[in-house]
Write a protein of this length. Structure first.
Length: 294
């Protein structure tokens, strides 16, 4: 052909063909590489997606995270008014919160049925801080109590220990020794109460109410705010009927009162049963903590 008679044109044509061939080789190589990368990514994704884990392993992960978070920290506060502890609430009008503690006792594991029945029959809302060890011995009673929607069940710790990250005591009661024990004291009881009542607890009150700031942090990490009181109305179930009545008579809006429901031998029921109608006449409404604390 005439075109090939010009050697320059022939060289240009060969050059173009060579470039086209090289481009084709390059594109084909890149396509394969992308495919390999895609496969690698897919494989990697499959590898890092965790398989659905049973509750136990996720609880253990949380506990380890909490242990790591507080490692090396030392608590500075100790008492029932430690930073972060809720003691009252913002009232809408004349509202007060009655909280009843069910602490375990070595001698008597029963409870003040008179008091609970009175509250139930008169539709008085109340928040019950139940310790896990009390709940274990009162499963049937608790089943009966939770049928009433006016009763809110919250966490009073598994073994009713003061909540310390370094083994402090309160009123002669030995507290938890470290963060691991704090976690177990709060979480074991929370799980048990959820199993018994079908509801997750939102608040925690330690045995004796004593806590350090690391305990308050751990409880919040677990998902429970620490709630104590601004009116100790029965002095740890030691006050007389008159004294309980006179203290309740002075309650103010937004206050959280604590009494005990595990001393049926004491004057608590009688004092509270006489105080409640007077407080209602004075215009007070009783509220559950879950309705007033976010
Ligand atoms: Zn208690």
């Amino acid at each position: 052909m005439k075109i090939f008679q010009n050697k320059y044109l022939l060289l240009i044509l060969i050059g173009i063909i060579l470039i086209l061939v090289l481009m084709l080789v390059y594109l084909s190589f890149r396509g394969r590489k992308d495919k390999v990368n895609q496969n690698l990514q897919t494989t990697a994704t499959v590898d890092i997606v965790p398989s659905p884990s049973p509750t136990e392993s996720s609880v253990a992960t949380n506990k380890q995270e909490i242990l790591d978070k507080y490692a090396g920290r030392e608590a500075q506060e100790w008492g029932d008014s430690t930073s972060g502890v809720i003691k009252d609430f913002t009232a809408q009008g004349k509202q007060i919160a009655l909280t009843l503690d069910a602490c375990p006792r070595s001698t008597d594991q029963s409870f003040d049925k008179r008091l609970i029945d009175y509250l139930a029959q008169n539709n008085i809302p109340a928040t019950l801080f139940i310790s896990g060890s009390w709940a274990e011995k009162n499963r049937e009673n608790l089943d009966e109590i939770v049928k009433n929607p006016n009763f809110e069940i919250e966490n009073h710790g598994m073994d009713h220990k003061p909540c310390s990250s370094k083994g402090e005591s309160a009123f002669g009661v030995k507290g938890t020794e470290n963060v691991s024990e704090i976690y177990d004291e709060i979480e074991t009881s929370a799980n048990l109460l959820e199993e018994f009542t079908g509801k997750k607890v939102k608040f925690y009150r330690s045995g004796t109410g004593y806590a350090d700031e690391i305990c308050v942090g751990v409880a919040e990490d677990i998902g429970e705010k620490v709630v104590n009181w601004s009116l100790a109305a029965d002095g740890g179930a030691t006050y007389s009927k008159d004294k309980i009545e006179s203290l309740l008579d002075q309650i103010e809006s937004g206050q959280i009162a604590i009494v005990h429901m595990n001393h049926p031998e004491g004057p608590n029921a009688e004092a509270i049963i006489e105080s409640i109608p007077k407080l209602q006449s004075a215009g007070f409404d009783f509220v559950k903590l879950e309705d007033v604390i976010n």
